[in-house]
Design a protein around this ligand. Structure first.
Ligand code: MN
Length: 201
């Protein structure tokens, strides 16, 4: 079925000064919208038309003849997840069960933060850094290009887009500064916490 681009959960300028309205305007309005259009064009009139985007991603993930379908579908899904991983006045410390689990699995919030920042900074070229729940344990992973832990048996909890289009207008080559701003000021811990609780059941 056609995948509809979800509304941006905040105005385009709501993440300023950390991410500009210009960046969000291109990123949501052009990049994400184009992945979705291409995905919808590819599934239209095929058996995938009856499937959810998640099921199409699973089916296409290991099919070398469906690389284009996977890439556009995964980028459609990953970006929808990314918009919700951010929020104005976010960042700071998590609380509740996810905070306890971060302490248990990483040792401390600071250890988690450093591991996430390092993964995001060292993803070579385009890709994503993620907090995931994998076999009952919170882990940080990075994925290249459109790859997503969703088709790797892991539960995504939050993500940071580290494609250059996510930060270049605002930070140019200073990817670590973008990462520090996202982690420190924008992470949506309510969304992450909800994903964590949902992954338990
Ligand atoms: Mn992107």
């Amino acid at each position: 079925m056609a995948y509809t681009q979800p509304d941006l959960p905040y105005p385009e300028n709501a993440l300023e000064p950390h991410i500009s309205a210009k960046t969000i305007g291109f990123h949501y309005g052009k990049h994400h919208a184009t992945y979705i259009k291409k995905y919808n064009d590819m599934v239209a009139g095929t058996p995938h038309d009856d499937q959810s985007i998640e099921d199409v991603m699973q089916a296409a993930a290991n099919d070398p003849e469906k690389t284009g379908l996977f890439n556009n579908g995964a980028q459609a899904w990953n970006h929808s997840f990314y918009w919700n991983s951010l929020t104005p006045n976010g960042g700071g410390l998590p609380s509740g069960q996810i905070a306890e689990k971060i302490d248990a699995d990483f040792g401390s919030y600071d250890a988690f933060k450093n591991e996430l920042a390092n993964a995001a900074a060292t993803q070579f070229g385009s890709g994503w850094a993620w907090l995931v729940l994998d076999n009952g344990k919170l882990k940080v992973v990075k994925t290249p290009n459109a790859q997503t832990p969703l088709t790797d048996g892991k539960h995504p909890i939050l993500t940071i887009d580290v494609w250059e289009h996510a930060y270049y207008l605002d930070y140019q080559n200073r990817r670590p500064d973008y990462i520090a701003a996202v982690i420190g000021e924008l992470i949506n811990w309510d969304f992450a916490s909800q994903n964590f609780l949902n992954a338990q059941v």
